[in-house]
Design a binder for this molecule. Sequence first.
Ligand code: MRU
Length: 344
Amino acid sequence: MQPLQWNGKSLLVLDQTLLPEQEVWDDCDTYELVAEAIEKMKVRGAPAIGATAAYGIAIGANAPDALALDKGPYLTYLDEVCERLAKTRPTAVNLFWAIKRMRGLIETNGDLSVQELAELITREANLIAEEDVRLNKAIGQNGLAFIPENARILTHCNTGSLATFDYGTALGVIRAAHEKGRVQQVFADETRPYLQGARLTAFELHRDNIPVSVVTDSMAGYLMQQGMVDLVIVGADRIAANGDTANKIGTYSLAVLAKHHGVPFYVAAPMSTLDYEMETGAEIEIEQRSADEVIFIGGKRMVPEGVPALHPAFDVTPHDLITAIITDQGNVEQPNTENMRKLK
Ligand code: MRU
């Protein structure tokens, strides 16, 4: 199940805030609508956000008003489109990676006409989306090295088809392992407050007949203590040069629990999630989202009026808690600056 459909003119975005109850597709035909879809988390997950931003630039580049501009103003306008999309969410580096790739393309093809540039940008957006699926399948194959027979796997958030253009990263590894008959059980952390695990991971895996049970985030320690988890695998929003990994809030707690119980802890991500410009995870900006997303569940107030709530949307897991990082280019065991450099 893909979260995005490009129809040649606009981007259809599956509104993930409504899943699993409703499958509603939003037709985003302006770059502003694309930016809002990212901000409101109708589309989410690092690689999906990157592909969405690329299509947002393509939609902006092909807007009739924009195509009527002279080259100079057109380039200034494209810059504004990129700026707008870059302001949507701060943590997932794939967003900035996709925008940087588009800016590079525009710069190196400065001699093209406005029309030709718009076509080139559209082709690049399609390429980013297509590549994503190929890379996810490579991650899946590389991850098999760490999945034993009859594996009982705990995962967090949603890292599947819905978080990418298709197939998934950490869920891609689970999918590849399932294809080999190695998956006995997946435990999907509910993932408060947005419930990506309960609503999205369970939805995807159930649909694909991969055995999944949902657990609340606070049950992970119990499961490990009972010997019910063979490994943990999660995705990433940004991995620093030393292997420190930003991912959905709650990932760090899982890694600490896994270390305590001797359970291996894996991170799976495409190379576009690696940010070698950040030496450590301390430099990664953590998105702070609205407290209302914690206070209300399904529109119902869960916290007394007048009581504030916190909502950091991500946390950083230090590299020494990570057994291996799995990428499309290979795996890094015992990630640290030196070992991560080998991937680069
Ligand atoms: O806030 P979200 O839902 O965009 O956060 C998603 C995650 O944290 C995922 O684990 C990460 O982006 C990897 S998705 C392949």
